[in-house]
Every structure is written in structure tokens, then in C-alpha cells.
Design a protein around this ligand. Sequence first.
Ligand code: SF4
Length: 430
Amino acid sequence: MTELAPLPAGPGCTDAPVLRERGQREVFCGLTGIVWLHRKMPDSFFLVVGSRTCAHLLQSAAGVMIFAQPRFGTAILEEKDLAGLADAHAELDREVDRLLTRRPDIRRLFLVGSCPSEVIKLDLARAAERLSVQHGPQVEVLNYSGSGIETTFTEGEDACLAAMVPGLAPTEARNLMVVGALPDVVEDQMLALLARLGIGPVQVLPSRRAEAAPEVGPNTVVALVQPFLGTTAAALERRGARVLQMPFPFGEEGTTAWLAAIAAEWGVDAATFAAATDAPRARARKAVAAATATLAGKSIFFLPDSQLELPLARFLTRECGMTAIEIGTPYLHAGLMAPELALLSPGPTISEGQDVELQLDRVRAARPDLTVCGLGLANPLEAEGLATKWAIELVFTPVHFYDQAGDLAQLFARPLRRRAAVRFGTEARP
Ligand code: SF4
């Protein structure tokens, strides 16, 4: 294995005790993922089988629909459906027929389950099979659950990608599959970096177009770009692929470690690696340094929400000089998080799950300089004089790889600067 850009690992948090809590949680549901997935896959349609609440959540999370043709919608379960008085399957078939007749451009149709469809035990897997027979091969009909029962919002993407895995074409060829929905511009940067390293063929899941879906087999190497894709990783392993364990590509250090792990697999020599990464590394370090003056020495508390908490805490503590008080994550995937835990300096409480009142007590006692949390908790904490950052913004904003490292640091610096400005009465913008 080629030795490339070794990371200066500290004692790490590998063996740190994990505080596990199972109480009331304050998180969005998995339907939220549709907001970024429908942009990523323009030939797909997401049909939520849910209630008016689900429709409202989607509309408010997605904002104004800017496309001439919408790429998601809700098949509303009415009271008679919920009471079992109507044949929901027959209604769903009619709804899908109408949609696909009107929209011949749709290649992938996702039936997305919700709390109401789960409560009435509507079998969307059976519906997807039946509709695939009717509408295939022109349209692939898949299903997954975005229900908010016992899930958090990033699990929607994980469930969606995992649903695609069984349908991927088999291959014996050696290939790299990069898994996780990235904004197109960031994906292009990543592909350009890998091309400069001479790594290929590279395929991505989810692909922008159905016909470009990746192939999978025993010689497929998988590189995740999001830490919340444990179910998808397991599904790919069942298809014979090997999932690399490495830090996630946030910040200069994370990006370098991520690329280095892949480069080692492909036997890239150190000179080629340096030639491809030295310049963007230097740019990233400079961009991060611009925010470090604001971030260094400040404390941060992560409430569990996006599942990005551990990699972001690693970036903010190691590259930006912050101190983590507590790093809460909805789920701690021991395998995927092992490289991140190894890089974290001991000290912070690491917690999994949530009992929101107990956790808020800890926030109030610690009074961190910055609290990363869901939308519902941000306003009350701001009213108590605490600066906050919305966790969901970290998923909607391009934050991966070298060219976004500075923007990622600035996302955390902005609320601190705003609070300082408000405190000193020089500026009071919302
Ligand atoms: S899926 Fe559940 S949590 Fe999400 S909007 Fe619908 S009812 Fe609410």
C-alpha cells in the first residue's frame, strides 16, 4: 500500500465512553431528503404516500417549486384510506398511471412511505413490484420509507440509495463507486481530482440519469462521501463490494485522507498524489484560515441531527481550533465512524440518541459559544442568548472537498460573528 499524506493521529476517542440516551427527540423525518435528491436525479419522481402533513412538510422544506415540471408530489391518504375503507393499492395504481401518462420523461419512480402509510401497513414494496411490471423497463419503480417514526432526516437518503442497490447491474470489473448525493458542481470537482490521480473507472450513486447507474460486483471499491449511508453500505457489501473505511471529505485534512485512502487502493505514487493535491490543499488551508480567527478557542456543542456531527467536530477541532463539549449523533455506526473517532482528541462527551430535555440541560450548563441543532431548538436557544447553527443547512449547502473547505468553516464562523456584532451593537441583521 502506498503511504500517502499520513494524518497526525492524536490519542483519539476510539475507546471513549458513549452516552446513550433514548428519550424524546427533535428531528425532521426522512422525507426531507427528497428536497436534495430530486435535484440530483432530474429524471426521477418521488411520490410520497402520506398525509397532508407530509405534503406540507415537503412544500415548506423545498420552498417554491422552480421547475417547469415538479419532481415530487404526495398521494394523500384520506380518512377512508386510513380507516381501511378504500383499496389504497387500487388508488395508488390509478395515481401512478395518471402521473406516468402525463410525464413520459420519468425514468425512476420512488414510492416513498410515511408514518401514515406505515401505520396502516400499506405494502409499498409489493406496489413497487407490481408497478415495475406494468411500467418497466421504461420506468423503474422503487420504494423506500421516509417515515419519521424512529428515524432522522438523513436516513431518507440512505433508504433511497439502498433501495437502488438490488437493481444495479452486476460486473466483475474493478471500479470505484462514490456513494452519496453531492451537488453536481462538487461531484464534478471530485471526479476531476480522481481523474488527476489516474483513478478509474469511477461511477457515482445516485447517478444523475438512470441509464448511468453504477455497476457493482466483487471488484467494486466503495467510497462514501456521507457518513449516514450505513444501510446503503451494507446493501453494497451484500452485492460483493468492499467499503473503504476512511475519514469523510470535509476540510483539507478530511479530503486529503479520503483521497489518500483511494489512492492507496489504486497504487498511486506519492509524487502523483502531491502533484494532484498540493495546490488545492494550499487553497483549502488558506480559505479555512480566514475563518479560524473567529473560530479558534470557541466551544461547540452538537445536538444529534444530521449524522454529520462526528466528521464536522473532527474538522472544527483539528483544523479550526474549536473545542467540542459534546458531540451528539443520532446513531453511531462503529465501523464507518472508527477513522473519525481515532482522529478526535479526547475530551468531548460523545452521545448517541437523544433525551432532548436532559441534553438541553447540559447545553444550558455548558453555555457553548455555538450550538449545532435542529430548526425547532434553534430559536429557543437563541432567545436564551446562545448562538446556534441549523444542522440541516449543512446538508443543503455544498461543503465537501477542498474547494468548499473555506465555506464550511465560514458556515460556523458566521453565527459567531453575527452574535458578536449584535452584542456590541454594530449590526443587527437576522
Ligand atoms: S412522514 Fe411522518 S413525520 Fe414525516 S411529515 Fe409525514 S407524518 Fe410527519
